[in-house]
Design a binder for this molecule. Structure first.
Ligand SMILES: C[S@@+](CC[C@H](N)C(=O)[O-])C[C@H]1O[C@@H](n2cnc3c(N)ncnc32)[C@H](O)[C@@H]1O
Length: 218
């Protein structure tokens, strides 16, 4: 997926993926990561997700990575925060309060960004990437993250032929194939969610499942 695709989505405010509420599966399953409440956590492809606010409210320092400067600026503006700026390689890092958001391509993220991270929250990150990039994403996370880091991963499953992504359908078997070289993958829940997504129904889906996984190093 070309970066311009996402920059255009943000510029045109075509951001149907952005949720006005905390994702229900985050408070339901985050405790399963068993993290210290003040442990730093990483949110890849973070957008301006309110889930980062919930994580910060639990006591975590929140490190995000996001291509779109617009998304990051909107996140801080909507919290009434004025971030400080610094450059690190190809990234601009914007920080305020409990948030440190790295603006740039996650595939170029330096180790130092996530060196102290204990937990990862992926909602609409893996499934935002086309098949060819998902392997690179899983390898990037495994090579960047401390060995003790655990991850809550939320995916969508549907018949890919019924709708073009993103979001892409990522079946449980693919999750296990992508991560099982480095992580044990526990499926926590899969639930039918089509009724809550009428826009996907309109795009042709006849079934849609949302699944949560807990990933931890073996
Ligand atoms: C589907 S959105 C999900 C955003 C957020 N996780 C949420 O739940 O609202 C995917 C986000 O990933 C960002 N993105 C896509 N490719 C990226 C990359 N290579 N590096 C960093 N961010 C990327 C996009 O700009 C977009 O904001």
């Amino acid at each position: 997926m070309d970066p311009s695709f996402w920059h255009d989505r943000w510029e045109n405010q075509d951001i149907g993926f952005h949720q006005a509420d905390i994702h229900a599966l985050l408070p339901a399953y985050w405790p399963r990561l068993q993290l210290a409440s003040d442990a730093p956590v990483f949110v890849p492809l973070c957008g301006k997700s309110l889930d980062m606010v919930w994580l910060a409210q639990q006591g975590h320092r929140v490190i995000g990575a996001e291509l779109s400067q617009r998304a990051i600026d909107d996140f801080f503006a909507e919290r009434g925060l004025t971030p400080t700026l610094r450059a690190s390689g190809s990234f601009i890092v914007k920080s305020a309060g409990p948030y440190e958001l790295w603006c740039g391509d996650i595939f170029e993220l330096p180790h130092e960004a996530v060196a102290g991270v204990a937990g990862v929250y992926d909602r609409a990150a893996l499934i935002a990437l086309p098949h060819a990039l998902r392997e690179q994403y899983a390898e990037t996370l495994a090579s960047l993250l401390p060995a003790t880091a655990r991850m809550l991963l939320i995916t969508l499953e549907y018949e890919q032929a019924q709708m073009a992504g993103p979001p892409f359908s990522v079946q449980g078997d693919e999750v296990r194939a992508l991560f099982s070289g480095n992580y044990a993958c526990d499926e926590l829940e899969c639930r039918d969610v089509l009724d809550g997504h009428p826009h996907f129904k309109q795009r042709g889906l006849t079934a849609l499942r949302e699944c949560a996984f807990l990933l931890h190093r073996m």
